[in-house]
Design a protein. Structure first.
Length: 196
């Protein structure tokens, strides 16, 4: 019998499979309905997520929530998680700044992501960024070239490739508005999204 999301979350709370647990507040596991038809996968929790213990609650999460509202999707109906369950960062003064997880850290965490997929059994998954895409597909993915496309996992689940919302947060003005509109176009391909 497959473990439930609740059982997986409890087991992951004590995960020491890679060194990332050191210096973090807690494991940040996925959340959402255990039988959601759609799963969103990001890279890793950020500072706000590490402190709160919930995925996508910081600035990138607020941007994701805004996009979902525009698309007519209710986040409460989706399962949202990350490829890596601990926050990797470097200190700059007193601030903890995001640092991309190493491939070995992503690989160490992959059994948690695969267990979430087996427990939820989504009909489709959105890969938000290159780390998520690689973890889901088992190979490097050129997100800027393959974004907006559906690729298939070995288990047959289709994966939509797109940017992580944090990529948009680094942009300003018209450049950000254009990038946001293009990102929404990618996400419109998700099942249940309004065509706009």
């Amino acid at each position: 019998m497959r473990p439930t999301i609740k059982q997986l979350r409890e087991a992951a709370a004590g995960c020491r499979d890679c060194p990332l647990w050191q210096g973090t507040t807690q494991t940040v596991f996925g959340e959402g309905p255990p039988q959601s038809p759609l799963m969103l996968v990001g890279e890793q929790p950020g500072d706000k997520e590490d402190l709160a213990g919930h995925p996508f609650v910081g600035p990138a999460g607020r941007l994701l929530d805004e996009a979902l509202r525009e698309l007519g999707l209710d986040r409460a109906d989706l399962y949202v998680t990350n490829a890596v369950k601990h926050f990797k960062y470097e200190l700059r003064g007193k601030r903890r700044m995001h640092k991309t997880p190493a491939q070995s850290e992503v690989a160490a965490c992959n059994h948690w992501l695969e267990s979430e997929i087996q427990a939820v059994r989504p009909r489709a998954i959105a890969a938000l960024g290159a780390t998520a895409a690689r973890a889901l597909l088992g190979r490097p993915v050129a997100v800027t070239r393959e974004r907006g496309q559906w690729l298939q996992r070995e288990d047959g689940i289709p994966v939509l490739i797109t940017l992580h919302p944090s990529a948009l947060l680094r942009l300003q003005g018209e450049e950000r508005a254009a990038a946001y509109a293009a990102w929404l176009d990618d996400l419109r391909r998700l099942p249940g999204a309004s065509p706009g």
